[in-house]
Structures are given as structure tokens and as C-alpha cells.
Design a protein around this ligand. Sequence first.
Ligand code: KIV
Length: 271
Amino acid sequence: MSVSKEVKRITTHVLRSMKDSGEKISMLTSYDYSMARIVDEAGIDVILVGDSASNVMAGHETTLPITLDQMIYHASSVIRAAKRSLIVVDLPFGTYQGNSKKALASAIRIMKESGAHAVKLEGGAEIKTSIKRILSAGVPVMGHLGLTPQAIYKFGTYTVRAREEEEAEKLIRDALILEKLGCFAIVLEKIPAKLAKKVSEQLSIPTIGIGAGPDTDGQVLVLHDLLGITKDFKPRFLRRYLNLFDDIKGAVQHYIKDVKSLDFPNEKEQY
Ligand code: KIV
């Protein structure tokens, strides 16, 4: 039985029922109206307005530079397109760490100004007070553990996290803290599949994996990676469904040729 097919709109409660019934959750990023419309119509469960917009939309090397205003702009565009999916928005770097009042103010701006349904924050015990305060205002929170790209300068590398026992144990503790606080789901990024399975079995809230193996309760990818728009990013966990970089480049080259050769516009393409 498909829980998600029975509902008109995906909510945090629907995600929980999906976990309970064993139906996997599908999640993809989107950052603009046109793409979000396609992704939503295709039937995705969750759209993440990820701070990966900093990489794929703005061309930055990391997710750190993107601002709250820019995230709100992306989220508003996605919200205008989405009719069915749950829209989760990343709180960007520097808008929630170390100051829970600031964290709440950032979350409220996202909810009020974009119309999003939930926010996502990276980290465990160290951001507990921020998560608690945001939840106290009735804003649903998705957690994010494992490789947390906002901490890239602490890690120094984008390699797999929590291979060592100490880090794996901290991740399990953090996941339990996030669940106890009231997070509705947790993204697990780039951790060993065995660990992701263990965490997913211990939690009653859903886990959504990226590079975390098949046993999480759902999967998430960056849309531009799945579509092959990002050409040079080739982690082992990524499955590309299209090669749009080359397809779009080919179409543009075809157009240039048609313009130069006077083939475009033809008689039917004018008034
Ligand atoms: O920003 C993002 O796209 C993300 C996903 C990789 C989970 O956080």
C-alpha cells in the first residue's frame, strides 16, 4: 500500500506514516519555480530548498556564502510551484549556530516570507538550544548529521564521515537527541551504510540518506547532479539519470548554427 498516493499533500505526519508502513520517502532539491514545478508534478514527496543553491545556482565552492535573503528568494519561487510536496528549507550558515534567538528569528523569516513548511539545520547536540527554540514556535525541524557541508572547514575534506567508532557513537547519540527534541526527520549524509541502517532502526522518525546506503527511510539527491547538469561532481553514491549539460550545450550550439546560417527564424516563425 502507498501512503503517499492516498494524500493530496505531503506533511511531516505523512512522512512518519510512510516510515511506519515501509514506504520509502523520495526527496530532491529545487531552487527555482520552473524546476520545482516539474519535480512536484512528477510526484516527489519532499522538495529541499538546499543551501547547495550556493554551489549549483551561484557557483560558490562551498555552501557557506549563501544568505538568508537568498534562501528566502529561492524558497518563495519553489513554494509558488509546489502543489503537493512538503517544502523544507535549509537555514544557511551563520543564521542559527550559537544563538537560539537568532535561530528562531531566521526560521520565522523563512516561514513567513517564503511560505515554506519546515526548516533544516545541520548538527547535533551543539545546536540543541536553537532546535528547541525553533520547535517551540511550532516550526517543524529536519535534522542533518554525518557530512554537514557547512562544517567543511572543520572536516577539511568531503570524505565519508563516522567511519571511526567514536564519531559513529556521537552520531547515534545526536540522532537520538534530535528525535527526543522533536525533529520530524533527519538527513544522514555520506556515512557507512551499516551505521545508517542502525540509526534508522533505532529511530521512530524517518531518516533520509544521501550516500548512506539503501536502509534509510528515504533518499535525497541534488537535482542538478541527478540531471547531469553538474558535470564534474562524481561521488560514488550519485546516480545520473540524464546528461543535461551536454544536451543543453548541444541545443544551444544548434541554435547558434541556425541563427548564423539564417535558418532561424523561418517563414512560419514570424508575423
Ligand atoms: O543543501 C543540500 O542540498 C542538502 C542535501 C545534500 C541534503 O543539504
